[in-house]
Design a protein around this ligand. Structure first.
Ligand SMILES: *Cc1c(COP(=O)(O)O)cnc(C)c1O
Length: 394
């Protein structure tokens, strides 16, 4: 079985490019060029230089001593929270802006839900001096004021999406409409391993720097390049794709994906796509998504905005269906407790998305000699108000 993408842009039954005719030229231009351009030595040099000096890579692989002791296993944390802007998302936006420049684009558009991808996109646009327009649901603009302010401060224009539920999917529709109208000068930066081929593969390749570093770091820490288990939270699936990437075909490595169960899988307020999803098409790719019996996409729910997505990328749908990865779902309460525990055992306040991955240790035992690598996808500063309300910290 092959777990990475095939020539046609599929992961098993999932993936592909299900797009309106009018979007075809844009997506086709990317598909024909992304591998060639990103393989050029000059591209690689520019990408690696920015990852090093701007993002702060390589991020440490840190042995979490007290957490390991508590759960009687060997836990390493891949510190993506130490990246510039506070999470892994910038690895992808750096890669895509360099690609956009080489395709001759002088205008960037993006969609954002909670605003994290919008901030990562606005950041690289400021870095390169390129015009940036971020579509965001009007309701999300109200809910995520600090990220809206960040984007504006970075020089981006934030355009509200006023249709539908005024949230992420409406922002995505607006971004697609914009791209159709501006096929020549504009590149659309998608923020996760979702969307039509080649986006899932392209984003996974940019994020794959995470597992490439883990291989080197484990070699010196443990004398072997692979862990026994690799763990990540999955919203769309980009931080997970990054830390799984070089281990996809390595059967000695158990892959664990952690999804958000929200208030509980059966409560109707959840984002646990593998448990609840059925095959369908969202944002141009065939994947698993939460839908009603007649195929309407269901509103997802999670306390963490970054996991609040009704689908997963096609790579993850395939990892689930093929049984290659173990899928676990974690409730809001379990995640919040794990976030507090990591703060107090290791002095690291994680993003609430990331806290879901750490709740795994209460749910599932690991052997004392087993090496478990957890992707610490982001820091918790952005979530402080949610932590404050939940734990009544003030
Ligand atoms: C956005 C985000 C996620 C979820 O996105 P993926 O594409 O699934 O990685 C997870 N963690 C953090 C910190 C995020 O900002």
């Amino acid at each position: 079985m092959q777990y990475n993408v095939n020539e046609k842009g599929y992961y098993g039954d999932f993936g592909g490019a299900y797009i309106p005719e009018m979007l075809y030229p844009n997506v086709e231009e990317l598909r024909l060029n992304y591998k060639k351009i990103t393989a050029e030595p000059e591209f690689q040099e520019a990408f690696n230089a920015l990852l090093k000096d701007y993002v702060g890579r390589p991020t440490p692989l840190y042995f979490a001593k007290r957490l390991s002791k508590k759960y009687n296993t060997k836990i390493y944390l891949k510190r993506e929270d130490l990246c510039h802007t506070g999470a892994h998302k910038v690895n992808n936006t750096i890669g895509q802006i360099l690609l956009a420049q080489r395709l001759g684009k002088n205008r960037i558009i993006a969609e954002t839900g909670a605003g994290q991808h919008g901030v990562a996109t606005a950041t690289v646009c400021a870095l390169m001096g390129i015009q940036c327009i971020v579509y965001m649901g009007a309701v999300d603009i109200q809910r995520q004021a600090p990220n809206v302010a960040r984007m504006k401060m970075l020089g981006a224009e934030v355009r509200p999406a006023q249709s539908g539920s005024k949230t992420l999917k409406d922002a995505t529709n607006e971004a697609i409409r914009d791209w159709i109208n501006n096929p020549v000068d504009t590149h659309y930066i998608i923020g996760s391993v979702v969307g039509p081929h080649p986006y899932p593969d392209m984003v996974a390749r940019f994020q794959a720097v995470i597992s490439a570093e883990v291989q080197n770091q484990l070699e010196s820490l443990e004398g072997r390049t692979y862990p026994d288990h690799v763990v990540a939270c999955v919203g769309g699936g980009s931080n997970a794709a990054g830390i799984y990437y070089h281990y996809l075909e390595e059967k000695r490595v158990n892959i664990i994906a952690v999804e958000a169960a929200g208030k509980g899988i059966d409560t109707g307020e959840s984002a646990a796509t593998s448990a609840l999803g059925k095959e369908g098409i969202i944002h141009g790719s065939k994947t698993l998504l939460m839908q009603t019996p007649d195929g309407q996409i269901t509103e997802p729910y999670s306390i963490s905005a970054g996991l609040d997505y009704p689908g997963v990328g096609p790579m993850h749908a395939h990892l689930f269906r093929s049984g290659r990865a173990e899928f676990v779902s974690i409730t809001d309460d379990e995640a919040m407790t794990a976030g507090l525990e990591l703060s107090q055992l290791e002095g690291i306040i994680p993003a609430i998305e990331t806290a879901h991955a750490f709740a795994l240790f209460e749910q599932r035992p690991f052997g004392p000699e087993e090496v478990v690598v957890v992707n610490l996808s982001g820091r918790g500063d952005k979530d402080l108000n949610t932590y404050i309300d939940y734990f009544k910290l003030t």
